[in-house]
Design a binder for this molecule. Structure first.
Ligand SMILES: NC(=O)c1ccc[n+]([C@@H]2O[C@H](COP(=O)([O-])OP(=O)(O)OC[C@H]3O[C@@H](n4cnc5c(N)ncnc54)[C@H](O)[C@@H]3O)[C@@H](O)[C@H]2O)c1
Length: 344
């Protein structure tokens, strides 16, 4: 079976998935929807341009030839999709997913799954009711570094986790607008929070502080550009999350990234391509080259082919819980109040 795939949203991240899917013989991208038809054309040009470059060095020569749609309903009605990638900005979530679910189309959804819990809950419920395959792009969970970190930690209880998301302002104009991105924790540090949950279990309560210290003059910028939060886990463990978008270029050099986990006489630092394991006797560092996003896309296509939702490591229902934590973190940083994470 060839998995017939559609896209909603033809921006930066769509290009990454499209290049991956061209490498999978069982996948065919047949349709792309975007409200802006120029974005679809530019996206297809970019992907096929990359393929041309690859072909010159003897690599895969497949090209993308999707039908373009500015109306997602028409795409879902006509294109005979088995699966749909949702790559719209996070504020544009709900209607497209529900229309696809009604036609039993599997979903691969970019993080964060939504900016409102009620929207995400409804989608999660509909996916569960129809037993559809779903995946959310928390690709770090697919990294070999994370797989090896789980093996290294084994059954050791994690006492504390420190999450870091330090960088600059992404180029997408919606990113700096709270109503469109949810802010840095909800949109970006969500990867670190999701990974904390993978290693440390559920978060029950949070409190945080946030500030706008540097980017206040940037047009439209209404989110915090720095933040520091504390997380309480159901296990009794604690964590911190620090975020900033005031650094650019190489100014993050020397600072920690990703997630640091502390167990008795044992420390693990892990992110997409790196793993460090520190014990009293030795420090081992590993680097990995495999693309976690390619692994996620491959697994999703496989799961759709086999109609097996359980194959996916990052199903929608689980990502819903990460959203609940990040929304609580954002609320706490904005109100200054200790905030319980709602059960979802
Ligand atoms: N997993 C990751 O590491 C990762 C990396 C980057 C982005 N993302 C996520 O991917 C999503 C998209 O990010 P991006 O960087 O590609 O953004 P982008 O701005 O580059 O692309 C978004 C696209 O959606 C289109 N769009 C806007 N409103 C629409 C609507 N109502 N219907 C259909 N299309 C619409 C825009 O025209 C644009 O082409 C976000 O949720 C972001 O958080 C994830």
């Amino acid at each position: 079976m060839t998995v017939r795939i559609g896209f909603a949203g033809a921006g930066g991240v769509a290009v990454t998935h499209l290049l991956n899917l061209l490498r999978l013989q069982d996948a065919e991208v047949v349709a792309i929807h975007d409200v802006d038809s120029d974005r679809i054309a530019a996206c297809v040009r970019r992907v096929n341009g990359q393929q041309d470059l690859g072909a010159r060095s003897g690599d895969d020569t497949r090209r993308l030839r999707p039908k373009a749609y500015t109306d997602y309903r028409a795409m879902i009605a006509e294109a005979g999709l088995n699966a749909l990638y949702i790559c719209t900005p996070p504020s544009v979530r709900g209607a497209i997913e529900m229309a696809a679910i009604e036609e039993d189309v599997a979903l691969c959804v970019e993080k964060p799954v939504a900016l409102r819990l009620d929207i995400a809950r409804e989608i999660a419920g509909a996916i569960r009711d129809r037993n559809l395959v779903s995946s959310v792009c928390y690709q770090v969970r697919y990294s070999e570094a994370v797989v090896d970190a789980h093996k290294a930690l084994g059954a050791r209880p994690v006492a504390m986790g420190l999450g870091f998301m330090l960088g600059g302002v992404p180029s997408a104009p919606w990113w700096r607008v709270h109503a469109q991105s949810g802010g840095q924790i909800v949109e970006q540090a969500t990867h670190a929070v999701d990974l904390m949950r993978a290693f440390m279990g559920e978060v029950v309560r949070v409190y945080g502080a946030g500030a706008l210290r540097v980017h206040g003059e940037m047009p439209g910028f209404d989110i915090h550009d720095t933040g520091a939060s504390v997380l309480h886990f159901a296990s009794g463990a604690v964590g911190t999350l620090v975020t900033t978008s005031v650094l650019g270029g190489g100014s993050t050099a020397g600072f920690p990234t990703g997630l640091h986990l502390f167990a008795a006489d044992y420390r693990v630092e892990v992110w997409g391509g790196t793993l460090k394991v520190v014990t009293p006797d030795r420090t081992d560092e590993y680097r990995y080259r495999a693309s976690p996003m390619l692994a996620l896309d491959t697994d999703f296509v496989d799961a759709v082919k086999r109609r097996d939702p359980a194959r996916v490591r990052t199903p929608y229902g689980d990502a819903l819980r990460t959203l609940a934590v990040t929304l609580a973190l954002d609320e706490s940083a904005r109100t200054g109040k200790v905030t319980d994470v709602p059960r979802v």
